[in-house]
Write a protein that binds this ligand. Structure first.
Ligand code: MSP
Length: 663
């Protein structure tokens, strides 16, 4: 019988659905995903929950603005959040939506427990209300204007159910004392304790002015206060009222930003105490990523979006940067400059270069097989010792949530290996038996070091680590590799290397930043949608002739409409792939009067070299636009073939002059 694995449950906050994720949200989620992967690799049975906080007045307004029902709006937003986490390699086990029926039941059940245990009463809440926006304005005094619309607020009294938070002052202070690690880091704990010592007021946990919320059974129009609703999601994700059956509650860890620590360390434990349910073990509050020294927010216009960075540099580059750049717990500044600098120095020149150098040398000298090491010299042992020592150190640092320091240790081993190769110069050794044996030792050492390094880096860089793992002929998934069994010396000679590949192509900093910013701009200010095409849209940068007749007869156009489209014969001069855009090729095309740069969505079907010299049809009078941040000035015409819309470039059977117009 296999030993039963210890359970570990961790959560991200449940994100608001009135907006889309930025780097701040990404940070929390990537941290949790890293912990999840790390705990898995240490043999835990881990569940990680993330999800969406879908109720409240802001969602109500956003849906109204979008002109669709709230339920449709939140479903769309939830799928956007989910899709982004997939693109970032976030492997959450549970995605809870606060509109899920299981969650609704859990919230109502918890309220019933409060009532049965005597912790709720009906009262009145008085506050400033904006009649134009239909919302209470928190922290406003009589006479203040609404911060949203600028119009005067009114003092309104509403009937609410109150939660007896005041009854939990002493129990909470006792709990903090008995569980000194409950709130992390220490500075945050002091803030919370001081706040609770200052006295707790009862909390209104229902609203009658809000429509889009979970109804209080039998008490309509009361709906639950969004924070009571949202916090409960942590429990509903792992069984709600039946949490004991699944066995993951209480949570081991809630990771949150410092902005929401009070909700998690005061309200949430008090709610659970009132319902006589087990309390979470720990709440970790991290700092903020700042942009221009301010917290990111859409209204300030200083948000950084994750997707353009992932498109340009890859998901691992973003994950690495977020965890390497700031000390977990503290605030840090986000800058594209620092991001691309780290990408080039640590990833392209560091890990990427070490891997490609080692693979190339093993290919050349040992026919792509991991060599059997020969006699060792002191410098080989020194490097082995450093890598072995790093294993324990890195595990300890991950355990203490010191991600930046864990990565620093891993990268110092990479740096040492780089120096080792430069000093030992295996490429300068000859083919004598002694030289071959020396080469074997050096290259086995470098390969073993890479194996150790990627096993340790896997929680942060899962895509790259998996590639290197396979590259060095390692069996099984790295995700289920047990880190506690990792030792120097386990690399077996004889394994066949996989196909060499560039892990992190170097990028030009200015160009990369320009492209990231331009993609972000496109995402933040989308062009109004064009009318829906009759058939599937063509690949970007190409005009496709539909492979099947359209289901409905398209409207006929006059010759004057057709003549608006200027198509000319062009000849491809250069063609290259675009880093971070798998489907696009960047071409320069001679159209007779000039040479144009055009992007075409044909990279998956045409090798760039095969296009050079080829004559193609170009729509030349199309307004220039940017595709994935690269300027495209014109379109290449192609047929769209088969259900996948495979592009087939239009061409000529006879020789035609470059620049000739198609009529
Ligand atoms: N819906 C609530 C949370 C309910 S949890 C029961 C909420 N959502 S949120 O969409 O605003 O996300 C908040 C979380 O996103 C923060 O707590 C933090 O984890 C993260 N961040 C948002 N902006 C951030 C930065 N600029 N920097 C780092 N993290 C930040 O609050």
């Amino acid at each position: 019988m296999p030993e039963k694995k210890e359970k570990y449950y961790l959560t991200t906050p449940i994100y608001y659905t009135n907006g889309l994720p930025h780097i701040g949200h990404t940070y929390t989620t990537v941290v949790c995903d890293t912990i999840r992967r790390f705990k898995r690799m240490r043999g835990y049975d881990v569940v990680m929950t993330t999800g969406t906080d879908e109720h409240g007045v802001n969602v109500e307004r956003a849906a109204k603005k979008a002109g669709i029902p709230e339920s449709e709006f939140v479903a769309k937003m939830a799928s956007e959040w989910r899709a982004l986490w997939d693109e970032l390699g976030v492997a959450a086990d549970e995605f809870v939506r606060t509109t899920d029926i299981q969650h609704v039941r859990t919230v109502q059940w918890l309220f019933r427990l409060f009532r049965e245990n005597g912790y709720v009463y009906k009262g009145h809440y008085t506050g400033q209300y904006c009649i134009y926006d239909n919302a209470f304005v928190n922290d406003a005094k009589p006479g203040d204007n609404c911060p949203d619309c600028g119009r005067p607020t009114e003092t309104v009294t509403e009937e609410n159910y109150f939660f007896k938070l005041s009854a939990f002052q002493k129990p909470l202070l006792d709990f903090y004392k008995k569980n000194p690690d409950f709130i992390q880091p220490e500075t945050r704990k002091n803030e919370v304790v001081t706040f609770v010592e200052g006295g707790l007021k009862d909390l209104s946990i229902t609203r009658t002015t809000l429509r889009w919320g979970i109804p209080v059974p039998g008490e309509e129009p009361h709906v639950f206060y969004v924070w009571f609703d949202a916090l409960t999601a942590y429990l509903s994700a792992v069984g709600g009222p039946d949490y004991e059956k699944r066995g993951y509650w209480p949570a081991d860890l809630h990771v949150v930003g410092k902005d929401i620590i009070r909700f998690h360390t005061v309200y949430w434990p008090a709610f659970l105490m009132a319902a006589v349910l087990p309390l979470p073990m720990q709440v970790w509050a991290h700092g903020w990523f700042l942009m221009d020294a301010a917290k990111m927010s859409k209204s300030k216009g200083n948000v950084v979006l994750p997707r353009p960075i992932v498109n340009m540099l890859g998901m691992d580059a973003l994950r690495y940067f977020l965890l390497r750049e700031v000390v977990f717990g503290q605030d840090g500044n986000f800058s594209y400059d620092a991001l691309v600098t780290r990408y080039n120095s640590d990833l392209a020149n560091g890990l990427g270069n070490l891997a490609s150098r080692t693979v190339a040398l093993i290919e050349k000298n040992f026919a792509g097989k991991i060599p059997k090491p020969g006699p060792r010299q002191p410098q080989d042992d020194a490097l082995a010792k450093e890598a072995q020592a790093a294993i324990g150190e890195v595990l300890e640092r991950y355990d203490k949530m010191e991600f930046a320091r864990a990565l620093e240790t891993i990268w110092s081993v990479i740096g040492a290996a780089d120096k080792y190769l430069t000093a030992e110069q295996p490429w300068a050794l000859g083919s004598s038996e002694a030289d071959q044996a020396r080469k074997a030792t050096i290259l086995w050492t470098a390969a073993e070091l890479l194996r150790v390094v990627v096993a340790l880096a896997n929680p942060v860089l899962p895509a790259t680590a998996a590639k290197v793992w396979i590259l060095f002929g390692q069996a099984g998934s790295l995700d289920s590799f047990e880190l506690d069994g990792l030792r120097w010396g386990q690399l077996a000679p004889g394994a066949q290397l996989g196909k060499a590949q560039t892990l992190f192509p170097r990028v030009d900093k200015a160009e990369a930043i320009e492209r990231i910013e331009s993609m972000a701009n496109e995402e933040l200010n989308p062009k109004p949608a064009a009318p829906a095409p009759a058939a599937a849209p063509p690949a970007a940068g190409t005009v496709a002739a539909a492979s099947a007749p359209a289901a409905t007869t398209p409207e006929k156009i006059g010759i004057e409409d057709f003549s608006k489209v200027e198509m000319r014969v062009g000849q491809v001069k250069t063609a290259e792939r675009i880093v971070g855009a798998d489907k696009l090729l960047k071409l320069t095309v001679d159209i007779g009067t000039e040479v144009r740069q055009i992007c075409a969505g044909i990279a998956q079907f045409y090798e760039p070299e095969s296009l050079i010299g080829r004559k193609v049809v170009v729509v030349v009078n199309l307004a220039p636009r940017k595709l994935r941040g690269v300027e495209s000035n014109g379109m290449i015409v192609a047929a769209s073939v088969g259900p996948d819309g495979r592009p087939v470039l239009a061409g000529f059977l006879e020789d035609v002059e470059v620049g000739a117009r198609l009529k």
